[in-house]
Write a protein that binds this ligand. Structure first.
Ligand code: ZN
Length: 311
C-alpha cells in the first residue's frame, strides 16, 4: 500500500516536471544571444532571460565540480572569496582561484575571516571589509563587489559606510529577484535605489544591498528532494518573465550557491548531478548567465543596469 502510494507520488512528480519542461520548451523559445546592446547604460538586450550566479566561501567543490559544468555551458559566474581562508581544509587555494579568473570567472570579496559584521569594533570591521580588498589586491585581484557573510550588515549604517568606502557594489540575501530600480519589493516600497532616505536611514535595496537568494540554504526546506530543488530553481529563474517583457530587463534573479559536490543531504551543498541539471536548464532554455561585474549602477537615476556583454 505504502509502496503504491510512493509510486503514484513519484509518477505525479515526474509528470509535473515533464509538463513544465515541455511547456517551457514550446512557449518560451530561446532567443538569440547575438543581438546585444552596445550602449550603456541600457537594459535593452535582445535576450531578456538573465540570471546572475554567485558562489560564496571559496569551497573546493566549486573549483573541482562546479567550474567544469559552468565551462561546459560557457557560463561565467562570480566567486566571493574569504581572503584569509584559502588554506583551510576543503577550500579553493590561490592556484584554483587564478585558474578561475583565467577562464573568465569574476573574483570578488567575502571578507577576511567570515565574521558576523554587526557587532565588530571599528578596527575589526575594517580588517574584514577593507582588509579583504587589500588582501585580494596583494594576490593580483582588483575587486569591486563585496558579499556580506550570513547576509548580515546591509541594514547597519556603520557596516554599510565601511563597505561603501571600499567597494562599488555589495550583495546581501533574502530575495530571489533583484529589481533594477529597487521598486518591486512588496514589503519594502521604494521608488529608486538610493542608499539613504532623507533622515539618514538605510533603504532595503541599494548598491550596498543588492538582493540575492542563497539557493542551497533555501533548498534545505525541501529536505534535499532533488526534483523539488529542480522545480524551485525553474520557478525562480522564470519568475522574471512577467517583469522583463518588451525587451527591457527590469529584474534579475541573483542565485547564490556555496559548495557543489557529489554528495546528497548536506546543508549549503548542491549535489553535482543536480547542479548540472540546473545549468543545463539555463543553457537549453536560452538564459544569459551573468556575473556581478555585468551589473552597473547609474548614479544619476539611482538604478542598476546590465552592462553590455559580448559573447
Ligand atoms: Zn559566506
Amino acid at each position: 500500500m505504502e509502496c503504491d502510494e510512493w509510486r503514484i507520488q513519484a509518477l505525479l512528480v515526474f509528470v509535473v516536471v515533464l509538463f513544465t519542461v515541455t511547456l517551457t520548451a514550446f512557449f518560451l523559445p530561446a532567443i538569440s544571444y547575438s543581438q546585444l546592446s552596445s550602449t550603456q547604460p541600457s537594459n535593452n538586450i535582445a535576450n531578456t532571460k538573465v540570471v546572475i550566479l554567485s558562489f560564496d566561501d571559496n569551497r573546493k567543490g566549486d573549483f573541482t565540480y562546479a567550474k567544469p559544468i559552468l565551462d561546459k555551458y560557457g557560463f561565467k559566474a562570480t566567486f566571493f572569496i574569504i581572503c584569509g581562508k584559502t588554506t583551510d581544509k576543503g577550500a579553493m587555494n590561490w592556484q584554483d582561484i587564478a585558474a578561475m579568473q583565467r577562464d573568465g570567472m569574476d573574483i570578488e570579496s567575502h571578507t577576511m575571516t567570515h565574521k558576523h559584521l554587526n557587532h565588530l569594533s571599528a578596527s575589526a570591521l575594517n580588517f574584514e571589509i577593507a582588509g579583504s580588498k587589500q588582501c585580494l589586491a596583494s594576490h593580483g585581484y582588483n575587486v569591486t563587489s563585496f558579499a556580506y557573510p550570513y547576509d548580515e550588515g546591509a541594514d547597519n549604517v556603520t557596516v554599510v559606510n565601511t563597505v561603501a568606502k571600499n567597494y562599488e557594489l555589495a550583495r546581501s540575501g533574502s530575495e530571489p529577484l533583484m529589481f533594477l530600480k529597487c521598486n518591486g519589493f512588496k514589503n519594502h516600497p521604494q521608488t529608486d535605489c538610493r542608499t539613504y532616505l532623507p533622515g539618514g536611514k538605510l533603504t532595503y535595496a541599494n548598491k550596498y544591498a543588492i538582493r540575492s537568494l542563497s539557493f542551497d540554504r533555501y533548498e534545505i526546506k525541501d529536505l534535499f528532494n532533488n526534483s523539488t530543488i529542480f522545480s524551485d530553481f525553474v520557478k525562480i529563474v522564470n519568475s522574471q518573465i512577467k517583469y522583463n517583457n518588451g525587451g527591457t530587463i527590469n529584474v534579475v534573479p541573483l542565485v547564490t550557491f556555496h559548495n557543489v559536490r557529489p554528495v546528497n543531504n548536506v546543508p549549503y551543498t548542491t549535489n553535482v548531478g543536480v547542479f548540472d541539471e540546473l545549468m543545463k536548464y539555463l543553457h537549453d532554455n536560452g538564459f544569459k548567465v551573468l556575473s556581478m561585474n555585468n551589473l552597473g549602477y547609474d548614479a544619476k537615476n539611482n538604478a542598476f543596469y546590465i552592462k553590455s556583454v559580448s559573447d
